[in-house]
Design a protein around this ligand. Sequence first.
Ligand code: F3S
Length: 693
Amino acid sequence: MQIIRAAAAGFCTGVRGALKTVDQALMDIEQKDREGKQRLVFTLGPIVHNRLVVERLTARGVGVVETVEELLSKTGSQLVIRSHGVGPSFFRKAEEYGIQVIDATCPLVRRVQQLAKSLSDDGYRVVIIGDPNHPEVTAVLEWTNGQGMVVANAVEARTILEYPRIGIVSQTTQIESNYLEASSVLLRKGREVRAFNTICPATRERQEAAIALAQTVDAIVVVGGFDSANTRKLVELCSTQGIPVYQVETASQLEPVWFEKVQRVGVTAGASTPEWIIEEVIGKMSEIEQEGMATEELLEKENLSDSPDEGEIVETMEDQLTKEMPDLRTGNVIKGKVILIRDDEVLVDVGGKSEGIVPLKELSVRNITSALEVVKVGDDIEVLVVRAENDEGTMILSKRRADQMKAWEGLEEAFQSGVELAGEVVQVVKGGLLVDVGARGFAPASLIERGYVSNLEKYLGKVLRLRVIDLDRNKNKVVLSQKAILEEEYEEARKELWDTIEAGQHRKGIIRRLTNFGAFVDVGGADGLLHISEMSWTHINHPSEIVQENEEIEVLVLAVDKDKQRISLGLKQIVRSPWENAAEKYQIGQIVTGKVVRTVPFGAFVQIEPGVEGLVHISQLASYRVGRAEDVVNAGDEIPVKILDFKPQEQRMSLSLSKAREEMEAADEQQIVEEYQEAKTGEDNDTDSLTTE
Ligand code: F3S
């Protein structure tokens, strides 16, 4: 087996510088000790993300504190700030408490802090592309005067709002492709955007060397602390090359089985891994290789020897039996059949005349009250051996953990590929939802919908569409986002909308927001304005008289301005105009009843029916000269009017009150005459008949 070391691996300048600073501080102490003034050295957090390095320093008397307050009782102590740096509030506090600080912030990290500060001072909204929980990022964020924000990737970048000025910086250990993807999204979020690729050249060099090596070997070993971000990223990058990748912190974690049938193996190391650990790992790998060769030689010799004697045949049969026995060692996943279900446990036959128990809480990631919710007798299941035998000689098994192990493989794949998952919400917790995705995942409240979610309870039992946005198997952490999928879809719909929308189209939309002057309607990718004047043919005081928030409506696209990204919508246009209806019902000369809606100096407007108003000119209010319309009619009066002129296309109608009254009076008179004549004719007939008698 050929062991090949990556062209760039191990300590970077920043880490080396920080360790040198600690060394110097220790030497200083020794000097002071000789002078009789004992002083102590502390680091703020572990100086590097490497347990072994920190242990060595502890042995030399270097303490670790998490806050500056912890040093208040340790007079005369010195505090070394590690390469990740700190925020400005830390320096203020240290000065206030009189604590001597030795700043070993990596010069490249300090440059990022200074950039963040000056961008923020210049009015830019600073966006840091990185891990929001990483100390380097939290410190840089503090330098933005509380105006910064962090996005982990392009998906999260899509969720931030638009700002006039955006300044972009990156965590120094970011993967370059992630920075480029996220920053290309951010470039569209501001009118004026300044982007600084602040990825450390040493990080880039290590990552490129690791990928190049991974392309030429059968397997690769990455050496570095499990809590080291840059080591984790090396693992991530090597994994994309389709070869087995193993991360170890020390040589003792190497497993010989990894190197079976491996011809060429690569070794790389994170920026916080010292040379001596890398050498130990390579040394141990050589030992494993020697041992493997020796075993192969032995087997070859055995194969060449004569036919087996009786003793050897017995041994072979024993081997055969062993093969049929399940491997019941702790941590193994084995197959079994459910043979009995009790109230709080399930009995499983795992073969080889062995049985084990799955306690109720080990059956499912969900909170269940009965085993029957998950299994029934006769089911074939996979279980993990939690304990080969407990004090009473019973084997304890877990279906939950076996399922989770399987689920983790799927989750890791989903995390890498970005594929969409479905998961049922099983619990509402502070700040979000717990979702069953094989393992328990957490969907923060802010990542469930595109907008704000006030009531989380409504999601309980519902199946969400999810994307894995953060994953840490060691910490059992799965962070999920439905919003990421919805945002992407919205973005696609938005693009399609702007490509296809034209004035004159009918579109379906959802009322997102009401204002005094109208409503904003989401027409599937952008919000259009439905002005209050375009809502109804009749006068309305507020949009809420016609539409409600979240209501789905059909609208007519009145105008589109693609440059300014503005859409004007109409609602009243898609129903028949009341003037069109009126054209079929009314004609010139007809007398109708209407209601006075308002008086004006030149007459009164009279509503014939909702949306159809006509003018009674002041000269048509009465047969005599009228000084003020109010002398004859008032708003609210119901009056008869005669239609003098009617132009429905122009939405105009001229009316006359005086003519209507004249004609009505004439008609009344006519009727009286007719009734009189009728009555007279009756009387004459009666007289005639009396005369005849
Ligand atoms: Fe500095 Fe780069 Fe190392 S930023 S701490 S030299 S990884």
